[in-house]
Design a protein around this ligand. Structure first.
Ligand code: SF4
Ligand code: ZN
Length: 310
């Protein structure tokens, strides 16, 4: 990636070629560009309002560590805003424990309060145990994580839950929902995904959705952020892996593909005006917001109780 013979427009050695722009960037100018994109997505979509209490969903990886750092860098002078972080231990061997250590280092460095919780404490289950009963580990993990992030963020008084979905994640999610013909989920993508009309639902915001994953890695590395680069041992979601490869291949051949997919999505959603129309009820079992009688987390917990091994 680093070609020391190439120079940024400012004259410093380049660390990245943005092929879709045909421009080289040094670490300094790339950081500036990323901060600009963060501000643009946040401002244009009105992601932050006066007096917001923002809970950053941390995982200890490069994306969420960059997200936390960007919030600190851009908003730390805003006296009306409160920024704190939340990390969830899913119970995956030592994997998340190591990531939590990096998250603690970063929060300490920036002086940001970090709250921690776990699937074990809140749901009485670990992903290691789930994996013994089903091969659909990521489905269970994703549902439980969304459930707990919302519940905990709300209990901590958050008015926004910031998640670290980058451009690659967003483009993959769009294509995956097309492949699965899942219009409900498709509607819920975007800079403020989900149904927001419910007092128990903390609106989720995605300020990194215009930034390439590769650039976030460089941002975290060049700003010396502590982060965990290990991969989850259960990350073998076949559809996502295939879609990721497909989009990366297209990006390689036709630079700008990822940006265009997300732009196309935003244009469709605007035209169809289908976003954020739903209304939520509350789960009969746990009281958390859902559009079903029983929420997905309670349904899956029940299913686990009745499953030996699929
Ligand atoms: Fe959970 Fe799957 Fe992500 Fe691992 S890869 S943390 S199991 S969603
Ligand atoms: Zn429930």
């Amino acid at each position: 990636m680093r070609d020391l013979t190439k120079k940024c427009a400012c004259g410093r050695p380049a660390i990245l070629l943005r092929r879709y722009e045909g421009r080289y960037y040094c670490d300094h100018c790339l950081s500036k560009q990323i901060e600009k994109s963060f501000k643009k997505t946040t401002g244009k979509n009105h992601l932050i309002k006066k007096n917001d209490k923002i809970c950053i969903a941390l995982s200890g990886g490069k994306d969420s560590s960059s997200l936390l750092y960007l919030f600190w860098k851009v908003f730390r002078q805003r006296r009306d805003l409160k920024i704190f972080a939340l990390i969830i231990d899913e119970g995956i061997g030592n994997y998340r424990k190591e990531c939590i250590k990096e998250a603690e280092k970063l929060c300490k460095k920036l002086g940001i309060k970090l709250y921690k919780t776990s699937f074990k404490k809140e749901l009485g289950i670990t992903i290691d145990k789930v994996a013994k009963k089903t091969s659909k580990t990521c489905t269970y993990c994703g549902v439980f994580k969304r459930y707990l992030l919302n519940k905990k963020a709300r209990e901590l008084g958050a008015t926004k839950l910031a998640v670290a979905h980058n451009l690659d994640d967003e483009a993959q999610a769009i294509i995956m929902n097309v492949i699965r013909c899942d219009l409900k989920r498709f509607e819920r993508l975007g800079p403020i995904p989900g149904v927001i009309r419910d007092k128990k639902f903390v609106p989720r915001i995605k300020p990194l959705r215009q930034i390439h994953e590769k650039e976030l890695y460089l941002y975290a590395a060049t700003n010396s952020l502590p982060f965990c680069s290990k991969e989850c041992p259960y990350s073998h979601d076949n559809v996502r892996r295939d879609v990721r490869k497909l989009i990366n291949d297209l990006e390689e051949k036709y630079p700008g593909t990822k940006i265009q997919i997300v732009k196309f999505y935003d244009a469709i959603i605007k035209k169809l005006a289908i976003q954020k129309k739903g209304k939520l009820g509350h789960c009969k079992k746990c009281g958390e917001p859902t559009n079903q009688e029983i929420c997905k987390a309670c349904e899956l917990l029940e299913r686990l109780k009745n499953t030996k091994k699929d």
